[in-house]
Design a protein around this ligand. Structure first.
Ligand SMILES: Cc1ncc(COP(=O)(O)O)c(C=O)c1O
Length: 376
């Protein structure tokens, strides 16, 4: 039996058929975690926190061991209160998710009907589009000249079926960011029916004083949602905690379809502990600040095309035709040395690699291996 029924005729199929478009979605490809033949590879492929997580968060995790049989608080109250206090936000305008990935999924499910569309940059983080396609929506792509969001390109592709615009600022895998004046220009040019989503997964790593993640702006705008995660600066990726802040009506609508217990007791407690541990946050950011310019300079010195400046905890680097090896060959060589970096061909960047900053010895080992593999 073929899969080519018109949607309304799927009931005549001899087996259950996924709704149209599902099998055209490319499942998310996580960063590599294993290197063949190497026992404990260094994982610089998923933008995790190389320092691990806060000692206070680990204590909170251990402290939750006796409560694994208990359903968590479905309102995530302790974390809601802590975030509202820390950022000066209204608690009822926050929503929590199993990672910010779930917050994106909720936005897609809340706003998209079949035939609607989302708009995203050419090199956007993959989760936005997966969730949109699952809602049988289209994904419209705005060109990113110079590997950076261009507001005019975004506005060019917005049409009357656009319901959501996803902008990661800084972006992944590009690491680049746009100034707040551009975010505001985009917002002001949008129809009020479009939700502008500002994904701040890496915003804590931006050190330029003019950067603004949009939280303050979202307070008064009727159609802006800002998301954040505990997976990056706070090093709690495995616990899956992300959050969104937006207009009360949008958050209330998303809350209708949210799974009730989507942040676990350990996740809630560890996130509260991590949020309070400013020393750990400072050390994590300090490491990134220390190695970011070094990496850019070293990679540039090897004749590679660094996408700069990176404002995140990773750098995207291009292998030009003049390089002696392709990105794929370099990735394979690094992997053979136990250094896992990220191929980004699935982001339309077959000639680039994304490298998460590690500890000094990791960073030096990456540059040494690249020097080796690129030498004449
Ligand atoms: C740009 C961007 N946004 C959001 C996320 C999702 O983070 P999480 O679901 O772990 O909160 C990631 C993860 O890599 C990301 O790169």
């Amino acid at each position: 039996m073929s899969d080519s029924f018109p949607p309304s005729d799927r009931g005549r199929a001899s087996r259950p058929l996924p709704k149209p478009g599902i099998m055209d979605i490319h499942a998310y490809v996580p960063g590599k975690a294993k290197a063949e033949g190497v026992e404990n590879p260094i994982k610089l492929s998923a933008n995790e926190n190389i320092l691990g997580s806060s000692e206070k968060a680990r204590e909170a995790y251990a402290g939750a061991a006796g409560e694994l049989h208990v359903y968590p608080d479905s309102r995530t109250t302790i974390l809601r209160t802590a975030i509202a206090e820390r950022y000066g936000l209204e608690p009822e305008r926050l929503i929590f998710g199993c990672g910010s990935d779930e917050v994106f999924a909720l936005l897609n499910q809340t706003f998209l009907e079949p035939g609607d569309n989302i708009v995203q940059g050419e090199f956007a983080f993959a989760a936005f589009a997966i969730g949109a396609r699952a809602c049988q929506a289209e994904v419209k792509i705005a060109r990113e000249p110079d590997y950076r969001i261009d507001v005019d390109e975004v506005l060019k592709v917005v049409d009357d079926r656009t319901r959501l615009i996803f902008i990661a600022n800084p972006g992944n895998p590009t690491g680049t960011w746009i100034p707040f004046s551009e975010v505001r220009r985009l917002h002001e040019a949008l129809p009020p029916s479009v939700v502008l989503v500002l994904d701040g997964a890496y915003s804590e790593f931006v050190t330029d004083p003019s950067f603004n993640d949009g939280l303050e702006y979202a307070r008064t705008a009727a159609n802006v949602v800002v998301t954040h995660t505990f997976s990056k600066l706070h090093g709690l990726a495995t616990l899956r905690v992300g959050w969104g802040y937006g207009p009360a009506e949008i958050i209330a609508a998303m809350d209708r379809i949210r799974l009730p217990f989507n942040t676990s007791i350990p996740a809630q407690r560890c996130a509260v502990a991590a949020l309070a541990d400013e020393d750990f946050q400072r050390r994590s950011l300090g490491l990134v600040e220390q190695w970011r310019p070094w990496f850019e300079q070293q990679l540039g010195g090897l004749g590679l095309d660094v996408v700069r400046p990176s404002a995140a905890n990773f750098v995207l680097v291009g292998f030009p035709p003049t390089a002696r090896r392709s990105a794929a060959e370099a990735e394979a060589y690094l992997s053979s040395k136990g250094l896992l970096v990220r191929q980004v061909a699935n982001y339309g960047l077959p000639d680039h690699l994304r490298i998460t900053f590690g500890l000094e010895e990791h960073n030096r080992a990456v540059i040494e291996a690249l020097t080796d593999v690129l030498k004449p």
